[in-house]
Ligand binder design. Structure first.
Ligand code: SER
Length: 875
């Protein structure tokens, strides 16, 4: 019976008994507590736990499963596999032990045609019910029902469902071991476990630690398809069944080593067959090789296979042929493998060729290290770390090779070095050390490959989540609220470059949404989408729908095409030396830096703007071509100092006037840029100028704002808009004349005030003093009046004071002759200001002083007077 027939019989047996047929779930579980789908019940876990109501009471499935717990013995036994298919029937609070047991027996001995004489059964040590059902209800001989311990209690995850189980075994015959059944007799080499019936009824908080009952009694069964196929196909081991043998043969063909030729090479061939399948299915479900989580499982399995191929002497790559054989054998049942064939090939080829280089250099290095070990049998942790860090030599491999030579590796020492390195990288990341963070990005890009950019044509597209970074850590899953940088296999998001800012938008998967607010090249060609998980969660390997913020991108396009047109116009007006030195292209605005030896004059700038807009209105086509560098040069493309281009270049032409090398995004025609409005021109360094401009809606809004301001001015001036300048000029002229008149009149007033005040002066020796409190004068006027009085008194001392807003201020003026004799206006003013709570200026001829305590003005004036009198008396 071939595997397909076996699969069919199992499913239809339960379908006939009202089970809903479920197709296999992905190997990447939704359940965040699990790394990989490792049992048929994984997709149903929430129903057992009562977290979600089951949509049906019974189900049947054939589930893809990966278990790597036995990885070290795979190939050395007849029945262990890291990837296998698990057939199962499930009851969610519906039927229980009697039906599950009876149906299992009926299916095995009926449609699957197994000899009842060869079947053995186990039950949990205290499970009398199950034993009784086997013996009394089904009628199997009592001596073939054995009781077991932990092996008959099944559990999954913490917290998780668990319960006693009953297993069915097939006796392969006396040549495989002694009589006596699976528990008391020859063990599993002779008695193969084919079916596990779990009576899922308990809840555990730690493995095998029951804390209560599940909301209902359930059934979860698992039958290993490959093991049963081996029995039904009369094969001594699982590697020879119809769906695995072709992969085994592929390994044999690529290494030139026949299966059966030698026990050691047979182990390697079985490893190739098993691992080839695991790798194919893991990548098919979206796992990429990496150093963490399930990516690490994949990498480890793949590299182990490559190493065994290499040891068998395979010259060419081994993985592609194993993948090919796997798809050939199972593609009919799992069409996703056929669909993703190219992607799977891509990943294995990249990973294998990388690893083969590592293998060669690492092996040599390890040999040298081992030769230098001397007496000790312990390979130092630092050596293992260096092999890992410099050559990417996996620790498992170092350990395996060491074991083959009777040596050990200091694993604790290795772990210490690893965690120190992780800390260093994380610190660098958080500290914004881009150069150190680059290493993380480069390694990540090596793992998952570059990003295909679709954004010249598309604004949204399906993609796949390949990696998620959160503060320097690689995440399997990111929940709502988390800031992340996401990497996809392809993207319409433009990564910031050539002055053009990155795109924003959304990345949505089945389970969550990321709001992307910036995109950049983490390393060239590797797009980092930065943003926050806004709802649900997002996981590596998920299919995603990407969508950029289209209106924003459109505004960016306008600015980018506008920048090229502005560049052209600048060169037209001020000369071809106006080289681009830098630019910033944002939605609605742009900044363009260029070399020029002096400021661009107003009329020049006007002309630049006029020419640019003329070209925009002319509305030439914008055409992009990808071509060779030589061809681009022939087309007259401007390439700019400082830019780096590959051999293939992208040329952007606008109409017939502008041709530039450019990787940016552009409008289809020139007029889509809208108006281009220059807003400023300035110097940003020696011989470097900067022009800023607006485009599209933003430029239009600015023009309209200006118009409104102009209309408002016209309204205030009470003239039509067209007459605003003349009217404003005339008005300003009149205002100036009026101010002159007013000034003259005021001057007359001030001189009258001075005259009047000076009559109050008193004499000290041959000089005069006037100290007075004035009101209604500004500071400046007070100063002018003080100087006027000083002339009238010469030689003399004037002190005027006033209060304004509660603050007191003083002006003191001293004739130059008295200054020469040692009298100081500053000293006099300061003497008064000390009472006002402040200080003053230092000019000895004319000093000003003041302070917050205006109510002390009279006292302050008196103090100033005493100081003045004292100074004059001392002459
Ligand atoms: N969950 C059990 C197993 O994986 C039965 O399906 O063996």
């Amino acid at each position: 019976m071939d595997s397909a027939e076996l699969r069919r019989r199992f499913v239809s047996f339960f379908e006939e008994r009202s089970h809903v047929v479920r197709s296999s779930a992905s190997l990447i579980p939704v359940d965040p507590t699990l790394l990989l789908t490792n049992a048929g019940m994984v997709p149903f876990k929430p129903y057992f736990l009562g977290e979600e109501p089951p949509p049906f009471a019974r189900a049947v499935s054939v589930q893809k499963v990966v278990r790597t717990i036995d990885i070290d013995i795979i190939g050395t036994t007849t029945r262990h596999l890291s990837f296998f298919e698990m057939m199962g029937n499930f009851s969610f609070g519906d039927y229980f032990k009697p039906e599950a047991i009876a149906w299992a027996y009926e299916l095995v001995t009926g449609p699957l045609g197994m000899d009842p004489e060869r079947l053995w059964f186990t039950v949990y040590e205290s499970d009398d019910d199950a034993a009784q059902i086997w013996i009394d209800q089904v009628g199997v001989p009592a001596e073939r029902v054995q009781r077991g311990g932990k092996d008959n209690f099944w559990q999954m995850g913490v917290p998780g469902p668990c319960g006693p189980s009953s297993e069915i075994f097939y006796d392969k015959g006396p040549e495989f071991g002694v009589e006596g059944g699976p528990i008391d007799g020859g063990g599993e080499e002779r008695y193969v476990e084919i079916w596990n019936l779990v009576f899922m009824q308990n809840l555990q908080d730690q493995p095998y630690h029951v804390v209560g009952d599940l909301p209902a009694k359930n059934i979860d069964t698992g039958m290993g398809l490959d093991r049963v196929a081996a029995i039904l196909q009369n094969k001594p081991n699982v590697f020879e069944i119809d769906t695995i043998r072709p992969v085994l043969e592929a390994g044999s063909a690529l290494s030139g080593v026949d299966y059966g030729a030698d026990p050691m090479s047979d182990v390697s061939l079985r490893i190739l067959a098993d691992h080839g399948r695991t790798v194919t299915f893991l990548i098919g479900d979206g796992v990429s090789p990496s150093n963490e989580g399930r990516g690490h499982v994949l990498r480890r399995v793949l590299r182990r296979a490559v190493r065994h191929g290499w040891q068998l002497g395979a010259q060419d790559m081994v993985m592609p042929r194993l993948v090919e054989a796997t798809i050939g054998a199972l593609g009919i049942c799992y069409p996703e493998l056929v669909q993703k064939r190219d992607q799977i090939m891509d990943v294995v080829e990249r990973e294998e060729s990388r690893f083969r280089r590592t293998l060669e250099s690492g092996h040599q290095l390890l040999d040298t290290e081992i030769a230098g070990l001397g007496e000790t049998t312990l390979i130092p942790g630092s050596t293992a770390f260096r092999l890992h860090d410099t050559y990417g030599f996996p620790i498992e491999l170092t350990t395996e090779i060491a074991a083959e030579r009777g040596l050990e590796v200091d694993l604790a020492g290795f772990e210490r070095e690893m965690s120190e390195q992780r800390d260093r990288a994380r610190r660098a990341w958080k500290g914004g050390d881009e150069a150190a963070a680059q290493d993380i990005y480069r390694e990540l890009q090596d793992d998952v490959g570059p990003t295909e950019f679709l954004g010249y044509e598309l604004e949204s597209s399906p993609a796949r989540v390949l990696a998620i970074l959160g503060e320097g850590d690689q995440l399997e899953r990111a929940d709502a609220g988390r800031l992340v940088e996401v990497f996809l296999d392809r993207t319409p998001f433009y990564g910031e470059s050539g002055g053009q800012v990155g795109d924003s938008g959304t990345i949505s998967t089945e389970t969550g949404v990321i709001e992307v607010d910036d995109t950049r090249h983490a390393v060239q060609g590797f797009h980092g989408h930065r943003g926050r998980v806004s709802s649900g969660y997002v996981m590596i390997g998920q299919d995603a729908e990407t969508r950029i913020d289209s209106p924003r991108r459109e505004a960016i396009r306008k600015s980018h095409t506008g920048t090229h047109v502005l560049h052209w116009a600048l060169r037209e007006v001020i000369g071809a030396h106006a080289h681009q030195a830098g630019s910033l292209v944002e939605p609605g605005r742009l900044r363009f830096d260029f070399s020029h030896f002096q400021g661009v004059t107003g009329p020049e700038l006007d002309e630049v703007e006029r020419l640019a807009n003329h070209r925009l209105i002319e509305n030439g086509h914008v055409q992009t071509t990808v071509t060779s560098r030589e061809q681009a040069q022939e087309m007259g493309a401007l390439a700019f100092f400082g830019d780096k281009y590959g051999e293939r270049v992208r040329v952007v032409q606008i109409g017939t006037f502008s041709t530039e090398l450019c990787g940016g995004t552009h409008t289809h025609t020139a007029a889509q840029v809208g108006p281009l409005v220059v807003t400023s021109e300035s110097s940003i360094g020696s011989n470097l100028r900067r022009v800023e401009a607006l485009t599209g809606d933003v430029a239009y809004e600015r023009l309209i704002a200006w118009r409104r301001q102009l209309e408002e001015s016209a309204r205030l001036l009470r003239v039509p808009v067209a007459q605003v300048p003349q009217r404003l000029a005339a008005t300003l002229e009149r205002l100036e004349a009026l101010e002159d008149q007013l000034g003259a009149a005021r001057a007359g007033d001030l001189s009258g005030i001075a005259e009047k005040l000076s009559s109050g002066a008193t004499a000290v020796k041959s000089s005069k003093i006037l100290v007075d409190h004035v009101t209604g004068l500004s500071q400046d006027e007070m100063r002018r009046v003080a100087l006027d009085i000083r002339e009238r008194l010469a030689p003399g001392v004037v002190v005027l004071g006033t209060v304004n807003d509660g603050k007191g201020s003083l002006v003191a003026a001293v004739s130059p002759a008295l200054v020469a004799a040692g009298v100081s206006a500053a000293v006099i003013a300061a003497a008064g200001a000390s009472l006002l709570g402040g200080g003053g200026s230092r000019d000895p001829e004319l000093a000003q002083a003041g302070g917050p305590q205006g109510d002390q003005l009279e006292a302050a004036l008196e103090q100033a007077r005493s100081e003045a009198e004292r100074s004059l008396a001392a002459l």
